[in-house]
Design a binder for this molecule. Structure first.
Ligand SMILES: [Zn+2]
Length: 114
């Protein structure tokens, strides 16, 4: 009786995974150029322009992969991750500022009592 092999060739990484990898490795190079547009570094030098269409419409990227498939490419995924992280960071900064203001206020009211 044959034994069933459990060694399958690795599936090709999906665009989502490649996008996450791109963000992990080069996320610091992703640049917001305003209104949901991002410059995302390409693998072979240069960068691609991603439009996340924040006001509706279709998300797009000017890389060959996107042009060919008219589908999500890794740059789009990486830019989406970058945007989500930037939002989280903005919220955190806001929360820290509010907390700092509140504690300063407390200190002020304490010192005014003395
Ligand atoms: Zn792309």
């Amino acid at each position: 009786m044959d034994t069933i092999s459990i060694t399958h060739p690795a599936p090709p990484p999906t665009r989502e995974l490649r996008g996450l990898k791109l963000h992990r490795e080069r996320g610091h190079e992703i640049e917001s150029i305003g209104k949901g547009r991002y410059e995302v570094p390409g693998c072979s030098g240069g960068s691609y322009r991603v439009d996340l269409a924040p006001f509706g419409g279709t998300e797009s990227c000017n890389c060959p992969d996107f042009r060919r498939h008219h589908d999500t490419c890794k740059h789009l995924v990486a830019a989406t991750v970058a945007r989500a992280k930037a939002r989280t960071r903005a919220r955190t900064v806001q929360a820290e500022r509010t907390a700092a203001r509140a504690s300063r206020g407390n200190v002020a009211s304490l010192t005014s009592l003395s």
